[in-house]
Design a protein around this ligand. Structure first.
Ligand code: PEP
Ligand code: MN
Length: 332
C-alpha cells in the first residue's frame, strides 16, 4: 500500500518529515513543476499506519491511501492532458477531438521541415512531429541533425500555429527539450531508461511515452510513474506496436492494450506508422485506433518517401494525410 500526504501551501515539509520519522516512517518529498513542495510519499512500511493521526499533523491537507503500485499515475485518470504555448492549446483525452501529430520521421533540413509544417497545418492538425535525434539500429544510418534541428522544428511549428512533438534521447538535452518541445517523446527503445524519464520529469516536461517493444502494460504504467514521481507535468501513452510472432507487419499493434488503458481513464495516442511499417495499412489502423478510444494519432509523412532518410516505406504523402484526418473524424 502507498500513502501520499498532500501538503497545504504553508506546510513545513522538513518538520513534517521529522515528525513522520518519529513515527517510524520514511518519506520522500514530491515537488510540483514549479519546484514547490507538493506531497510526501510515505515509503513502504510493515506496521499499520493510523491515517487519522497523519491527517492531524500540521501542514497535511489530505491523506491518500492506495493499493496501487502507481499512485501518481492514478491521480491522472480521467483528467485530460493539456498542452499549451501562448494562445495555442491542445487537449488530449476522453471527450475531446482526436489530436493529430503529423510530420516526417526525421527533420532532414530546415526547408524540409518548413514545407512539412505547411502541409501539416493544412490538414487542420495540432502538432508537428519530427526527429532531431534519431535512435537507429545501425550506427551508420542517419541519426538526425541534433540540436539545430530542434530549433528548425520550433520555428516551423510557430510559423504555422502548431505545437511540437520530438524525441529526446539523452539527459544532456533535457534543457533543450524543455525550451523547444511541447510534448517530449520517449521512444520505444528508451521506455525503461529511468534516468532519462526522471531527468525530463524533473524539468516539468509533459511526456509522450512510447511503449517498449517487449513491455507489458504494467511495465509501461510504472515507467510513467517514474516520470511523474520525478515531477513530469503529465504523461500521454503512445502505442506503436510490440514484437509479435510475425514480421510481415513491422510490429503488432496492441489495440487491446490501448482499449484497456483508455478504459482506465488514460490519454493514449496510437502510432500506426511504426506498427505497420508500410503506408497502405496506416489508414485502416488509424480508424481502428480511434474506434477503441485513442486520444490521438502520431503519423509519419514525407513529400518524397523514396528519398526519406528514415522510415520511407511507412510515410504518407500530404494528400494522404489530409484524407486520413478527414476519414478519422477530427481537426480543429
Ligand atoms: C519515431 O517516432 O520516429 C520512432 C523512432 O519511434 P519508435 O520509438 O516508436 O520506434
Ligand atoms: Mn520513424
Amino acid at each position: 500500500m502507498t500513502i501520499t500526504l498532500t501538503l497545504r501551501d504553508d506546510a513545513d515539509a522538513d518538520a513534517l518529515r521529522r515528525r513522520l520519522q518519529g513515527l517510524g516512517l520514511w518519506s520522500e518529498l514530491l515537488r510540483d513543476p514549479s519546484g514547490a513542495p507538493a506531497a510526501l510519499l510515505v515509503k513502504p512500511h510493515s506496521q499499520t499506519i493510523p491515517t487519522p493521526a497523519l491527517l492531524d499533523l500540521p501542514g497535511v491537507d489530505r491523506v491518500l491511501t492506495s493499493q496501487s503500485a502507481h499512485p501518481l499515475l492514478d491521480t491522472q485518470k480521467g483528467t485530460p492532458v493539456v498542452l499549451s504555448r501562448g494562445e495555442r492549446v491542445v487537449t488530449l483525452g476522453a471527450g475531446h477531438e482526436p489530436v493529430y501529430a503529423l510530420g516526417p520521421c526525421a527533420v532532414e533540413s530546415e526547408a524540409q521541415i518548413h514545407a512539412a509544417a505547411e502541409s501539416v497545418a493544412q490538414t487542420g492538425a495540432h502538432l508537428l512531429r519530427g526527429g532531431a535525434f534519431k535512435p537507429r539500429t545501425s550506427p551508420y544510418d542517419f541519426a538526425g541533425h541534433g540540436r539545430p534541428a530542434l530549433g528548425w522544428l520550433r520555428e516551423a511549428a510557430d510559423a504555422h500555429g502548431l505545437l511540437v512533438v520530438s524525441e529526446i534521447l539523452s539527459e544532456r538535452d533535457v534543457e533543450a527539450a524543455a525550451e523547444y518541445v511541447d510534448l517530449v517523446q520517449i521512444g520505444s527503445r528508451n521506455m525503461s531508461n529511468f534516468a532519462l524519464l526522471r531527468a525530463l520529469g524533473s524539468a516539468g516536461c509533459t511526456l509522450l511515452l512510447k511503449r517498449g517493444v517487449a513491455a507489458t502494460l504494467s511495465e509501461w504504467r510504472l515507467a510513467a510513474e517514474h516520470a511523474l514521481h520525478a515531477g513530469a507535468k503529465a504523461v500521454v501513452f503512445c502505442e506503436r506496436g510490440i514484437k509479435g510472432i510475425d514480421a510481415e507487419t513491422r510490429n503488432t499493434l496492441d489495440l487491446g492494450g490501448v482499449a484497456l488503458l483508455v478504459a482506465e481513464g488514460h490519454a493514449v495516442m496510437v502510432d500506426p506508422s511504426h506498427a505497420a511499417g508500410r503506408r497502405d495499412l496506416v489508414l485502416p489502423l488509424s480508424k481502428a485506433a480511434i474506434a477503441v478510444g485513442a486520444a490521438g494519432l502520431l503519423i509519419e509523412a514525407h513529400p518524397d518517401a523514396r528519398d526519406a532518410k528514415s522510415d520511407g516505406p511507412q510515410a504518407l504523402t500530404a494528400a494522404e494525410l489530409t484524407a486520413l484526418v478527414q476519414a478519422t473524424g477530427g481537426s480543429r
